[in-house]
Write a protein that binds this ligand. Sequence first.
Ligand code: CTP
Length: 405
Amino acid sequence: MTNEPIAVPGPLSDRHVVLGVTGSIACYKAIDIASQLVQAGAIVDVAMTESATKFVPALTFRSLTAREPYVDMWHPHGEFGEAHVELARRADVMLIAPGTASTMARLAHGLADDFVSLTALATQAPLLLAPAMDAQMWSHAATQANRALLEERGVQFIGPAEGRLASGRVGAGRLVEPGAIVAELRARVGRERGDLRGRTVIVSAGGTREAIDPVRYVGNHSSGKMGHAIAEAARDRGAEVILVTTVPEIAPAAVTVVPVSSAGSMQAAIHERAGSADALVMAAAVADYRPASAADQKIKRADAGDMAIELMENEDIIASVTGDLVKVAFAAETQDLIANAEKKLAAKGARLIVANDVTAADAGFGTDTNRITILDDQGGREVVPLMSKYGCATRILDRVAALLG
Ligand code: CTP
């Protein structure tokens, strides 16, 4: 037996992605995109314009993808006759990143005079485009008209982001960061074929903070990683994800993030959205008590003696959510794991409860792996071996998807 976490396939595993790279200084970021796609298990074919090769040689992509990039339209690609048609047919999804203003113009007008525009015109696969150009070019009426036309035809734009541009100016036109582009691609593939497509899933994550005064709070050791992994995995399966979190700074891309702090604000955010949700996964570590009153000003050290903070009870959020949605609770325990989890499953009216022993070194708070047992309201128990938190999320969502039918 090994203690290596078990790897799980993601939405891009064995998917055929055509990465179109066009001539922008942001081409160097396409190297990272190609690498991330390969690491996600995708079969990546790179199509490049001649201008793109001025910034990054085709060899770089060949080394990363272990496949010959497509650059020269007239080069006889040995395996088949019409290379672009075959490439376009095999694509599960096509991503153009970076996409220049002239590439957008080509696509908008159906021109096909380089490998990227040729393949884009020939494919029926979903097309995503991450623009990169100077702010003046992006805001130009011609570019905006092309964008509108392409969006109308179903092209999904990712960005551009605002920030510092190669010209030294600041504005809209930066290529979105590679990680966020790949996240959008995963979400899109999920929405095309994932088993949670069309579903809305609310996930809560992180430990709540109950204010004592403007600078101090009562908190706990939850890192939010498990909840965020569930949000990411649900997004990858096509769900519309609402992530109610106390740690928004580490939230995955392509989900709706609702930042909260206290149990009260988390409860309000969840209640507001639960009516239209299909499932609620309460991975957050919610404080059961809060200071009876939070001081308006910082509490000063007293001249002598101890101090006491009076606590009052918070409502149980998951128990308070009613309606026709699948509720999944968590039970983070330090003793009597299964017995405690069984009690909570019934008390909270959940269909599933995920039990984990937070005293284990490789499971629980702050770790990247977890070791969970999923209990259901029919008396079933599923012991999940040590896995990445994403892997655990996948197993939890397998059960949620089955319950949703
Ligand atoms: N939970 C909640 N609202 C609370 C407290 C907990 O919705 N006020 C949810 C958690 O998000 C989790 C489940 O209830 O999904 C169990 O949380 P846990 O802290 O383990 O259990 P408690 O019910 O608070 O019981 P105890 O602290 O006594 O173990």
